[in-house]
Design a protein around this ligand. Structure first.
Ligand code: AMP
Ligand code: GLY
Length: 427
């Protein structure tokens, strides 16, 4: 079989490495891929993840048997719709279903209409009305969200009226996130541990993956700016079997039913960003795709062949498949370029020892291979160092030990990935 994976980050590297465990796969093409992915797949750096027409032409020309569209942008742009029109089976939601991530207004209205628990909210398309609301009704902190995709940066949590007014102005008037800020959601600030649950679904059947915990802030102790994610652990100890059962009943199944009722059944990986509040689990956000870097800790724990799972999603036979997971734990530590998520330098040579332990995998996110074979940094998040082991404590130890041995100038990492999870495990 010839496969195509759209995307070029750590998440895509984790998907590709897992797919490669299937011996019937001959070639995997990655569009565009990256420096590290080039060791596992045929990368096509000239075709970006948003070049939908080029992706479809490439798939037709290379006899692609199955495509995986991983990032949010191509999904929202209808990459899966176009591949299907060309007769190519694929994994991922169509554009209508991808709105569950691409429009926060769509997602919030869906939850309200179908009684799915989430933060109370209001939608504004007129900045004057949003500002009046803040002045007259709001309590602080409050959460201000741009409607559309914003590279994971479209959520602001102002602590007072002044900050909230500035947030509204920057999103709606200065267009800090472009047209993504034409509408905004202003919502209630919730508290509690956060859990990421990625789930395979064919529109009707759902198979939640092992739960995980992201570490979104740049600095230790959850300080500093929001990032794409500085590290992850799986499973998430706050996500007990009781909580999982409650989420299935009040969130997961109702969400699938709501999408079917709206005429846009969701097929692919649906990501539930949950907050376990004192009043019960609430949806913070949906993503229409695998999370990054959640995928780098979740897929290593998958025992069932990933291609078989993805094909059963596409064929709508997921309900007949038994999907198995390892009992162990995994931890991923992100190695970032110094300065990230603000400005940083690129082109630093990366050295990775050959003899890392077998339970450690390095997923490449922001790097590229030069013509002379040198691997150099090319992005903010450069590598994700994942270790899988029987316990979270052991996995973290191995991930950090390997992270120490990998070098590039300006390497930055958080030192406290998994600490909160370990504390929760200790009770
Ligand atoms: P998002 O970009 O939607 O993942 O949001 C980024 C982060 O903002 C989330 O991971 C939460 O930590 C936080 N957040 C979003 N919505 C809320 C909310 N209603 N209450 C508290 N925190 C929130
Ligand atoms: N790690 C959060 C996300 O993928 O959106």
């Amino acid at each position: 079989m010839n496969l195509l994976v759209v995307g070029g980050g750590g998440r895509e590297h984790a998907i590709i490495k897992k797919l490669k465990e299937n011996p019937t796969i001959e070639t995997i093409y990655a569009l565009p891929g990256n420096g590290g992915i080039a060791r596992d797949a045929v990368c096509v750096p000239s075709i970006g993840a948003k070049d939908i027409e080029k992706i479809v032409d490439f798939a037709k020309a290379h006899a692609i048997d199955f495509a995986v569209v991983a990032p949010d942008d191509p999904l929202a742009l209808g990459c899966v719709d176009r591949l299907h029109e060309a007769g190519i089976p694929c994994f991922g939601p169509d554009a209508k279903a991808a709105r569950i991530e691409a429009s926060k207004v769509f997602a919030k209205n869906l939850m309200k209409k179908y009684g799915i628990p989430t933060a109370r909210y209001d939608v504004f398309s007129d900045p004057a009305k949003a500002l009046a609301y803040l002045k007259e009704t709001a309590t602080f902190p409050i959460v201000v969200k741009a409607d559309g995709l914003a590279l994971g940066k479209g959520v602001l949590i102002p602590q007072n009226l002044q900050e909230a007014e500035a947030a509204v102005r920057s999103i709606m008037e200065d267009k800090a996130f472009g047209d993504s800020g034409n509408e905004i959601v202003i919502e209630e600030f919730l508290t509690g541990p956060e859990v990421s649950v990625l789930a395979f679904t064919d529109g009707t059947a759902i198979v939640p993956m092992v739960s995980s915990m992201d570490h979104k802030r740049a600095g230790d102790g959850d300080t500093g700016l929001n990032t794409g994610g500085m590290g992850t652990v799986a499973p998430n100890p706050y996500y007990t079997p009781e909580t999982a059962a409650a989420c299935m009943e009040t969130i997961f199944l109702p969400t699938l039913a709501a999408m079917r009722a709206e005429g846009c059944p969701f097929k692919g990986c649906l990501y539930f960003g949950l907050m376990l509040t004192p009043e019960g689990p609430r949806v913070i956000e949906y993503n229409c795709r695998f999370g990054d870097p959640e995928t780098q800790v979740v897929l290593p724990l998958l025992k069932t062949d990933l291609l078989t799972v993805m094909q059963s999603v596409e064929n709508e036979t997921l309900g007949n498949l038994r999907v198995e997971w390892s009992d162990g734990a995994a931890a991923c530590v992100i190695l970032a370029s110094g300065g990230y998520p603000e400005s940083y330098e690129k082109g630093k040579e990366i050295t990775i020892p050959e003899n890392l332990p077998a339970n450690v995998t390095v997923y490449h996110a922001g790097d590229k291979l030069l013509e002379d074979g040198k691997l150099v940094t090319s992005g903010g998040r450069v590598l994700g160092v994942t270790a899988a082991k029987e316990t979270l404590e052991a996995a973290l130890k191995d991930a950090y030990a390997a992270a120490e041995r990998i070098g590039f100038e300006g390497k930055y990492l958080r030192r406290d990935i998994g600490k909160r999870a370990l504390r929760a495990l200790e009770g």
